[in-house]
Design a protein around this ligand. Sequence first.
Ligand SMILES: Cc1ncc(COP(=O)(O)O)c(C=O)c1O
Length: 367
Amino acid sequence: MTRSLEVLASPYLRGLIPYSPGKPIEEVERELGIAESVKLASNENPLGPSPMALQAMRNALPDVHRYPDGSGHHLTRALARHWDVSPEMVILGNGSNELLELAGRCFLMPGDEAVYAASAFIVYDMVAQVTGATKIVVPMREFTHDLDAMRASVSPRTKLLFVGNPNNPTGTAVPARALEAFLESMPRDVLVILDEAYYEFLSPDLIPDALRFVRAGRPVLVLRTFSKIYGLAGLRIGYGIGPVPLIALLNRAREPFNTNSLAQVAATAALCDEQHVASTRAVTEMGRKFLTEQCRSLGLSVIPSVANFVLVDVGRPGPATADALLRHGVIVRPMAGYGFATHLRISVGTPPEIERCVAALKAVLGR
Ligand SMILES: Cc1ncc(COP(=O)(O)O)c(C=O)c1O
């Protein structure tokens, strides 16, 4: 008798609920027979990529028959200079998502504990699930990481602890000093993964100095990405900064050519494009305020966000509401999978995109 593939799969994989990404615009338009829809579902940059990144890719195109530089020499060095760390403290990933998974693969085994917040980025849960680690899920307080409760959940079996700051999907951040005190308080044998995918959207008063802990050799891995403010989500490029021995361990298990050559040159150029970063930050701040006010004027409750998206309670089932919005050409993300049955996560778009979204919300909610 032959065994089914399902039985052959690891029992941890069998229990994994797959990540459901936001639908591509073309797919939605094809399915519904509509055109000119707006995508506000994946927290991408509404201004597009940095023009400097585009030019760098054009210049690099003739060389795509070659394998990329497996060490990402230039980008790694540019990041090291940018953050005042040594190049040996930097690792590149196929999106920061790859680095979350790599850390799980390198550190977690069945019986180990991984601590993270309920309603934090779903990939932390997936990383724990697929490695067979025990999940220690800590409730949030007012839609924000409860650092005291997370610290209290650390046990001698804890190996990894994830903090998303700002957090996706709530859009909240913890106070900078509280996060630093939390890092200070952590045992030296627990690896803290500080996921800062939305770091560049933080106002100066909210920016923690996590790299101070990394430079001091504490077991902290800071993850950042080029997918959000830099507008390079489609290229899949992110990075981690950690103490040298940690980065060396992660590099042992890293796929040799995990980041591609176009992504490497584009990210190196985007890192220098301060104007694009500043414009994106300005458009996001203005748009977030506008979107929040508009949703509130429709009588909806909005969690105050510091990122490039907002979580909105529409007071009725989120998935059906998102489907109805799709028919108006507006793609947003229902958040039932995160335990928010009546919420939608709406990325901050350009002013016309936000206006389209608000008009569609009005129509769908009958306001
Ligand atoms: C909190 C958080 N971390 C990590 C990621 C992964 O980003 P990427 O793999 O594109 O770098 C995302 C993507 O949405 C995110 O929201």
